[in-house]
Design a protein around this ligand. Structure first.
Ligand code: THU
Length: 142
């Protein structure tokens, strides 16, 4: 568990601000996210779909914006959802984010005042990362 810093609150403000642009006509649950990578900030919102399973979470939207801009190493991500308690990233987003730094800071907020800060490896211990693929020697006879 980590202390909440001024930098955390600044990133959280970007997530809170962009949440207003969430496209959530089905759940009504708006989520905003902001990735901090290489000194820049990349925002994302949840984008729902009539085929519910095609929905994209805010965290993955922000992460893909950062990668599109050429950033593949993230320092932190902030997430703000419509829950009373801080909104935590879903399991799929935790795995998706681990690709870009399993140790990044994750700053979470909700409708209330409470702010929660964790590292990604606290939220997803033993993530499956690229290093496992590198251990495959290509010999399928074993
Ligand atoms: N959602 C996110 O965008 N991020 C999360 O961490 C939790 C869930 C979205 C997906 C869906 O649009 C809505 O919230 C309800 O699940």
């Amino acid at each position: 568990m980590a202390e909440v810093t001024q930098a955390d609150l600044a990133l959280l403000a970007f997530a809170r601000e962009v949440r207003n642009r969430a496209y959530a006509p089905y759940s009504g649950f708006r989520v905003g996210a902001a990735v901090f990578a290489g000194g820049d900030i990349y925002q994302g919102v949840n984008v729902e779909n009539a085929a519910y399973g095609s929905t994209v979470c805010a965290e993955r939207a922000a992460a893909t914006a950062a990668v599109t801009a050429g950033k593949t190493e993230f320092d932190a991500i902030a997430v703000v959802g419509d829950s009373a308690d801080p909104t935590v990233p879903c399991g799929a987003c935790r795995q998706f984010l681990a690709e870009f730094n399993p140790h990044m800071r994750v700053i979470m907020g909700g409708k209330g005042e409470e702010v929660m800060v964790r590292t990604l490896d606290e939220l997803l211990p033993e993530a499956f990362v690229r290093a496992y693929l590198d251990q495959d020697d290509g010999d399928d006879s074993e």
